[in-house]
Ligand binder design. Structure first.
Ligand code: FES
Length: 201
């Protein structure tokens, strides 16, 4: 986006990071990390687009973000009719478990567990979660940084490898068959169905 803005004179980019800013010592911090985080606020919107009320707005992204930004836009006097949205909606009913059971686990894993211990191998973090919690939420609770964007099973940003145990995915549309066979799961869509799970992250 930044390189596009450098080439196109009337394209202006204001970047917000959805997660709160990282400390300078955090390895995940990049040179592009800026001070702005959370959802874009009314002051910044007004300053960045002074004639906002007379313009159409196109919103695309996760539902909580769109709801928050729509509220901000309306509070600035923009009529709802001027706001067009593209929703990230993942069709339900396409649930599945991750590909193959690992060698050290039984093949009959249909019975869901109510709780599971999730280990993030690379980060050396372990957390107990209930079956309604996703692996992405477990990572966040354990302080493990996983990439994500839509949280709706569409973008594929949250792909991680599950090396032990099994999960049920609400949606697996962003995974190829080959990725599933290699043990990749969508962290934002995955719930535990075995007592313990190890994630390569
Ligand atoms: S965050 Fe987009 S698929 Fe998980």
């Amino acid at each position: 986006m930044t390189s596009l803005a450098n080439r196109i004179e009337n394209l202006h980019v204001l970047t917000y990071f959805s997660q709160s800013k990282l400390s300078a010592s955090d390895p995940a911090r990049s040179a592009r990390w800026q001070e702005k985080s959370g959802y874009i606020n009314a002051d910044d919107l007004s300053a960045f687009v002074p004639d906002l009320r007379s313009l159409p707005v196109f919103l695309c992204g996760p539902d909580p973000m769109m709801q928050a930004v729509r509220k901000t836009l309306v509070s600035l006097g923009l009529p709802n009719e001027q706001i067009s949205t593209e929703e990230f909606v993942s069709p339900r009913g396409n649930t599945s478990t991750n590909a193959q059971p690992t060698a050290n686990e039984p093949t009959n894993v249909q019975s869901a567990v109510s709780e599971s211990t999730v280990t993030f191998g690379t980060s050396n973090q372990t957390i107990d979660i209930d079956a309604s919690t996703t692996i992405l939420e477990a990572a966040e609770q354990a302080g493990v940084t996983l990439p994500w964007e839509c949280r709706a099973g569409i973008c594929g940003q949250c792909k991680v490898r599950c090396t032990t145990g099994r999960v049920r995915m609400d949606s697996r549309d962003a995974l190829t068959k080959a990725e599933e066979e290699k043990g990749f799961i969508l962290a934002c869509q995955s719930h535990p169905i075995t007592d313990s799970i190890t994630i390569e992250a």
